[in-house]
Design a protein. Sequence first.
Length: 275
Amino acid sequence: MAEESLLDQLKESVQYIRNMSKMRPRVGITLGSGLSGFVKGVNVETIIPYKDIPHFSPSAVDGHPGNMILGRVGETPLVVLQGRVHYYEGHSMERVVYPTRVIAQLGIEKLILTNAAGGLDPNMKPGDLMLISDHINLMGTNPLIGPNISALGLRFPDMTAAYDRELIEIAATILRRRKICHSVGVYCGVTGPTYETAAEVRYLHMIGGHAVGMSTVPENIAAKHMGLRVLGVSCISNLATGLSNNSITHDEVKETAARVEKDFTDFLVELISGL
Ligand code: HPA
């Protein structure tokens, strides 16, 4: 995609959204598999189906409705991406991160990326939350490959603070006070769509991973490229292959997410109200 045309597309998407809503969100949140119930905690102002937004790819995965929602949590103006597109669906990386780029252009300063992930640490239990301290990109590609668009960010972005320390501290304080079982750890981003083999799970744990999933890493990279502060939250929906006797299904992933919905929503409402 030529430099000008991606910028032109972003402008068109942003213009469409601004025509639908005058709200100027300060915070963005992307909701992962089965986690879209969080919108019950939002004072919704406008719902825009992805299919109506110019240049958006509709999300096709079960458990991922495709809507952009503008609203408030407490006093904080917020934009929600209810559902995401994944690399394994066959979209290019540029398309995978396109919604993240659009909400950055809407003016958000902070982005919360949520996902369902497999736990690599035998001490984890399905339903635990993990605050992402860092990631390992194992997708074999990077959304910034190609000509750099200097209007969006640097050619070689620094990833020292890929996940914002202060946001992790604030989130951890809330989770502790609410007695919600959580840890802080490293997220391994893989392409999927297969779940991992037992040997892959041993490898991921050995190289320093605590959770594994098929999203979040590209969006984090695009967000850092554009200078956003990012918080990542994984809902540990299952123990990764080899760590439990059950085989993994997408239904299990969604069921666990549904079970933690209330804690997850209450935590995020408190967090976002204070941002
Ligand atoms: N592996 C990869 N992605 C996932 C998993 C998993 O075990 N659970 C939810 N998303």
